[in-house]
Design a protein around this ligand. Structure first.
Ligand code: NI
Length: 155
């Protein structure tokens, strides 16, 4: 088996909070990541596809086609977006790197022209990353209400 990896990057905002928690509990659990209007990251993702090279092309997967699929299903939908509110396939999901791996996997899983999805890694910073190999996992969704109070301007 050969493992082929394509890297992609995007910039996005998110806020880590659980709307069923009190403000105090969100603060205690998510700390700085709970900033009401969000904060940004330059994310990097790595998608690894496994398979045997096609005897005619030598490719497990044509990396140019993998790039196109990746752009179409993930990158174009999340780049320069607020992950809590702007992205249809992330709606209601707490946008941790863990959950992003799983959500991206589900976007990509059945879209590959050849090979089989093996691993998705998402880096939120140079220090923090998560990786996912497709094991069954269920991710709850919550009713995420955008924070607007600090944007309100007195009349
Ligand atoms: Ni963050």
């Amino acid at each position: 088996m050969i493992y082929v990896t394509r890297k992609a990057s995007f910039s996005a905002a998110h806020r880590l909070y659980n709307p069923t928690f009190s403000d105090e509990r969100n603060e205690a659990v998510f700390d700085k990541c709970n900033n009401p209007l969000g904060h940004g990251h330059n994310y990097v993702m790595e998608v690894t596809v496994k398979g045997l090279p096609d005897p005619l092309t030598g490719y497990v997967i044509d990396l140019k086609r993998l790039k196109d699929v990746l752009d179409e299903t993930v990158v174009d939908k999340v780049d320069h977006k607020h992950l809590n509110y702007d992205v249809d396939f992330l709606r209601g999901i707490i946008p941790t790197v863990e959950n992003l791996c799983v959500a991206f996997w589900r976007q990509l899983e059945h879209r590959l022209p050849s090979g089989e999805l093996h691993c998705i890694k998402v880096y939120e910073s140079d220090q923090n990353m998560a990786e996912y190999f497709g094991d069954p996992v269920s991710i709850p969704t919550y009713d995420m209400v955008p924070a607007t109070t600090s944007l309100e301007v007195p009349a």
